[in-house]
Design a protein around this ligand. Structure first.
Ligand code: CMX
Length: 439
């Protein structure tokens, strides 16, 4: 058994026993109330699932296994001559609850390189699609097409014990994550570079190799990719992409089917697609104003015109966060170190000064601050990756690590089919009437 799998099995076996006895003793304890406004309001704040790999605090932002993003930057192993963390280290941490050593992370880079061969039929499936098919559509189709290789589906068909579910799930998660950079880079090169593909370089780490296959030959871009793939990986379980993977996975759909489900959620403009919408909105503003250096007043006018047209300001607001997103701040820090002269970065920073007071002034927006998607496009444009319809695929490659690490945990802890209760408005009216009578 490989060292990561062995560590995971030890930890998961212990936690499964602990959770079982905790539920025996405390299973009836109440952990929250649900208000009618939450039932109609997208279930905000309803505690309804367990997600081991990360937890989100409204003010502090995300913590992965208890560590904030700045802490991870200090603690996770790095590639040679790079100051950003290796995403492999975060995956190890999410799966085992332990900060890995340099040696463990190098093992994982090599292991993913070994597992990274994409089936030939996936390239054929992609080649059958028009190159102008949205990259997220291509990504989702490519992921499902690889399901032919699912260990879980095969073992389930053969009749596996439920106590073994975690094992082929781990194998599928590792294989799928290993293959995603190749698939994602293939989509980019076929859609935007006439199908001139770049072969993988197996001596590179997971993020460095992805950067190299995209065709951006720049060491700082590799550093950006390592940071980007680390910070987008997980955001606790209730966000739409994670929750979709969790829900689909709870039916015992395998990692391929479940991840595709999550990617289809990520492709919505209120979620991951917001990263393309942000830069599209900024480009549109610069074109409308006829300048690449707008004043704050000009930006404010454009923001107000967007709101007056009944649209949201992409990259701002969040369902849980109530402060600037630490993932935004991590990208801002990167931009300050590597790209302080970039004109598009300067525009994003000015937008950051202008938008929050305007949104605050509307009196209804719960969080006027930027989220993760507000900054990423400016970094990518600065390195020449300007084709913004591709941006959500980058997010998706990263998100796979968090949701699939959790899927290993969900299988190991024996989580059941997810099946919450829904009600009709007629039921709500009758319930309210009964409550009124009973006083
Ligand atoms: N611009 C304009 N209006 C906004 C807004 C924004 N950025 N964010 C929230 N609002 C509005 C809502 O549309 C809602 O208006 P109505 O009452 O008229 O319907 C009101 O403010 C209250 O919304 P909220 O409770 O503050 O926010 P929600 O939890 O409902 O929604 C989110 C959260 C992210 C969907 C919303 O802030 C938004 O649409 N933001 C822009 C899209 C975006 O950046 N999404 C990416 C989020 C991060 C990610 O998942 O990748």
């Amino acid at each position: 058994m490989d060292p990561l799998k062995q560590k995971f099995q030890e930890k998961a076996t212990a936690l499964r026993t602990e959770v079982k006895s905790m539920l025996k003793e405390h299973g009836n304890k109440v952990v929250g109330d649900v208000k009618l406004s939450q039932v109609y309001g997208g279930m905000r704040g309803v505690k309804s699932m367990v997600w081991e790999t990360s937890q989100l605090d409204a003010k502090e932002g995300i913590r992965f296994r208890g560590y904030s993003i700045p802490e991870l930057r200090d603690l996770l192993p790095q590639a040679k001559d790079c100051k950003e963390p290796l995403p492999e280290g975060l995956f190890w941490l999410m799966l085992t609850d332990e900060i890995p050593t340099q040696e463990q992370v190098e093992w994982l880079s090599a292991e993913w390189a070994k597992r990274s061969t994409v089936p030939e039929h996936t390239f054929k499936v992609l080649d059958a699609l028009s190159p102008d098919t949205h990259p997220m559509t291509q990504f989702s189709i490519a992921i499902v097409s690889m399901q032919t290789d699912s260990n879980f589906a095969r073992r389930y068909a053969e009749g596996m014990s439920k106590y073994d579910y975690w094992d082929p799930t781990y194998e599928d998660a590792m294989n799928l994550i290993a293959r995603l950079p190749r698939v994602a880079a293939y989509i980019y090169r076929r859609s935007h570079h006439g199908g001139k593909h770049i072969e993988p370089n197996e001596s590179l780490d997971w993020g460095g190799n992805y950067a190299s296959m995209l065709g951006i030959d720049n060491e700082d871009f590799k550093s950006l990719m390592r940071l980007y793939l680390t910070i987008h990986a997980d955001h606790e379980g209730g966000n739409a992409s994670a929750h979709s993977v969790h829900l689909t996975g709870s039916t015992l759909s395998d990692c391929y089917m479940s991840l595709a489900s999550g990617m289809n959620s990520l492709a919505g403009p209120l979620h991951g697609l917001a990263n393309q919408e942000v830069i599209k909105w900024v480009f549109n503003m610069l074109e409308t104003l006829g300048t690449d250096d707008p004043t704050k007043e000009q930006i404010a006018d454009h923001v107000n015109a967007t709101l007056a047209a009944g649209k949201v300001i992409p990259g701002y607001g969040h369902a849980v966060l109530r402060e600037p997103d630490p993932r935004f701040m991590a990208q801002k820090r990167f931009a300050g170190e590597y790209l302080a002269d970039s004109q598009i970065v300067k525009v994003i920073w000015k937008v950051f000064e202008v938008v929050p007071p305007i949104l605050q002034g509307l009196g209804k927006v719960k969080n006027p601050w930027p989220n993760v998607d507000a900054h990423s496009g400016a970094l990518l444009v600065s390195y020449g990756l300007k084709e913004y319809s591709y941006y959500t695929v980058l997010f998706g490659v990263s998100r796979a690590m968090g949701v699939l690490a959790q899927m290993c945990w969900s299988r190991a802890l024996g989580f059941p089919l997810e099946r919450p209760k829904s009600v009709t408005t007629k039921w709500v009216k009758e319930y309210l009437a009964e409550q009124a009578v009973s006083g």
